[in-house]
Design a protein. Sequence first.
Length: 175
Amino acid sequence: MNKNYIFIDRDDTLIIDKEYLSDPAGVEFPKGSIAGLKRLRDAGYGIILITNQSGIGRGYFTEDDLAAVHRRLKELLANEGLELAAIYYCPHAPDANCDCRKPKTGMLKAACKDFDIDLKNTAMFGDGKADIQLAKNFGITAIQITNGKKGPLPDADFVAETLDDAVVWFLQQHP
Ligand SMILES: [Mg+2]
Ligand SMILES: [Zn+2]
């Protein structure tokens, strides 16, 4: 049986945005994040992280710093019985004109090569315009999580305050 997968943004979606986070001790989950991930896990979904990390291209931190942050993230998730199927990140600065920086679709294309993903049964969960536009560019459902910080984006298919609320809606659409 094929496993299902969803795509999720990192900063201000899965974890609290600390702006160019390079300290593993700064990894913190917003309200509803862990609950939403557990709900997805229990419904049989693998979780694929899709994140722009231009702090590397801008020289603010290194790939090793990012790896340390992601090790901490995975450790905290493991404590909750959670895991990520994969992490894709774009390390490039905006002016590098790469194919992977959201809202470009390079990371989703790479994930689709690595995993058998049913595009009718997935969604991009994110807080930013680039996440919503990425979903539109790839032809998948766009779900915005505001965490009470941002107003609704017009192109989002659904807007929720927390990841948990977003996942409840998504699972209703995919019974
Ligand atoms: Mg974000
Ligand atoms: Zn890139």
